[in-house]
Write a protein that binds this ligand. Structure first.
Ligand code: HEM
Length: 402
């Protein structure tokens, strides 16, 4: 069978501009069988939103694929063991249990307490940028913040943070499906193993000497005999480090890019900084860090006129749903005062992003502080390159003139 370019989700044109590609798909075939990816691509708002709630669609997908050679799946066994305990890859009842035990730490109220510390971290990072004419916003600012915040929440020592970031970077290659990087499985495997050994020591220490930090709270959470096992604590910590890392970095970078490419909206924000609240929601809709999420059909499911067979996989494309004109007026325009804005950037239903309040707060503070400090910040004429992955949406670098 000849494969058309139409199905190549990693084609450079699709990576650069997923919105036009998914818009065409939504118009022509909103529940589309993609032969190359071997799964169904959903791009219509109602279909994607309903699928996020559909209990017949499973999130339990972190296991070796049938096509993977046996030697490879043996080699990756320990990686799959850790990832398969991530709540995001579990269905109820296991998902419910894991989520309930960490939910409390991430309420908007609990997260709001971090505001002064996030302010301080941003100020420190911005101080280091003073005197530079040109920066890479990702490397020099947006990358550092989330890892510092989550490491601090967890209670991990400051001197270990670069190491934690390196481990997390390697893991991203596998989870986000960077298929062009050939040694991605081995790199993810090694880093996850090292990170787990490191976290095991910290978790064991905290269960004997609890401190006022998230690892201690997770270790103690639960009632009576329903505590998390040490393996579950470690898996959950790796998920929090990982979940709190690149996504938030990309919220800050994609958000700044959207503002710089839409100067009238940028001016509105400079004049009225309270618009940052609706602004962050709009960045999540307009060019959010999460392009799509995967599910597996647990049974035959009819979506639109298409029958999805048990065992087949689906890509719920948030980047398609968030630009659906039946839900959003002028969906291809950035409007930082858009309200209501029922975007699906954090997903929906039981797996709705646990870290959403934290990501929102970090995004709001990081962007406002940056433009307060450097109000004349602008794009350079360097070409921008996007990461070649199906799941996330992030630039390789964002060079800016201060
Ligand atoms: C702008 C930044 C972020 C975006 C766009 C984002 C996006 C998402 C999305 C789309 C999901 C749903 C996954 C699914 O349905 O399969 C999710 C789940 C999750 N996110 Fe985030 N996320 C962000 C930041 C964070 C942060 C800062 C943390 C934690 C520190 C975090 C932790 C999690 C966790 C633990 C889950 C799994 C929830 C569950 O399965 O119940 N995320 N995120």
């Amino acid at each position: 069978m000849t494969l058309t370019i139409h199905d190549d989700l990693l084609d450079v044109k699709v990576i650069c501009d997923p919105y036009t590609y998914y818009e065409n798909l939504r118009k022509s075939d909103p529940v589309h069988w993609n032969e190359l990816w071997r799964g169904w691509i959903l791009t219509d708002y109602d279909d994607v939103s309903t699928a996020f709630h559909d209990k017949r669609l499973s999130s339990n997908r972190m296991k070796p694929s049938k096509s993977m050679p046996k030697s490879k799946s043996e080699e990756l066994k320990s990686t799959f063991e850790i990832l398969s305990k991530w709540m995001v890859f579990n269905d109820p009842p296991q998902h419910t249990r894991l989520r309930m035990l960490v939910n409390k730490a991430f309420t908007p109220k609990a997260v709001e307490k971090l505001r002064p510390r996030i302010d301080e971290i941003c100020n420190d990072l911005l101080n280091k940028l003073e005197g530079n004419e040109k920066i890479d916003l990702i490397k020099d600012y947006a990358y550092a913040l989330p890892i510092l915040v989550i490491s601090e929440m967890l209670g991990l020592p400051e001197e270990d943070r670069d190491q934690i970031k390196n481990w997390s970077d390697d893991l991203l290659l596998m989870v986000f499906g960077a298929v062009d990087i050939k040694d991605r499985h081995t790199r993810a495997q090694n880093s996850l193993r090292e990170m787990s050994t490191y976290l095991r020591e910290v978790a064991e220490d905290r269960s004997k000497n609890p401190k006022d930090d998230l690892i201690s709270a997770i270790s103690m959470a639960g009632d009576g005999n329903d505590l998390l096992t040490v393996d579950e604590i470690i898996s959950t910590c790796t998920l929090l480090v990982f979940g709190g890392h690149e996504t938030t970095t990309n919220l800050i970078a994609n958000g700044m890019l959207a503002l710089l490419q839409n100067p009238a909206e940028f001016e509105k924000l400079k004049v009225d900084s309270s618009l940052i609240r609706t602004g962050v929601e709009e960045f999540l809709r307009y060019d959010g860090p999460s392009k799509s999420m995967i599910r597996i059909a647990k049974e035959d499911v009819l979506i639109g006129s298409k029958m999805i067979k048990e065992g087949e996989r689906l890509l719920l494309v948030q980047a398609g749903a968030n630009r659906d004109p039946s839900k959003f007026e002028n969906p291809n325009l950035l409007d930082i005062s858009r309200n209501p804005n029922p975007h699906l950037g954090f997903g929906k239903g039981m797996h709705y992003c646990l870290g959403a309040p934290l990501a929102r707060l970090e995004g709001e503070i990081a962007i406002l502080k940056l433009i307060e400090r450097f109000p004349n910040i602008e794009l350079t004429n360097e070409k921008l390159e996007w990461q070649p992955t199906i799941i996330n949406r992030g630039l390789k670098a964002l060079p800016l003139q201060l």
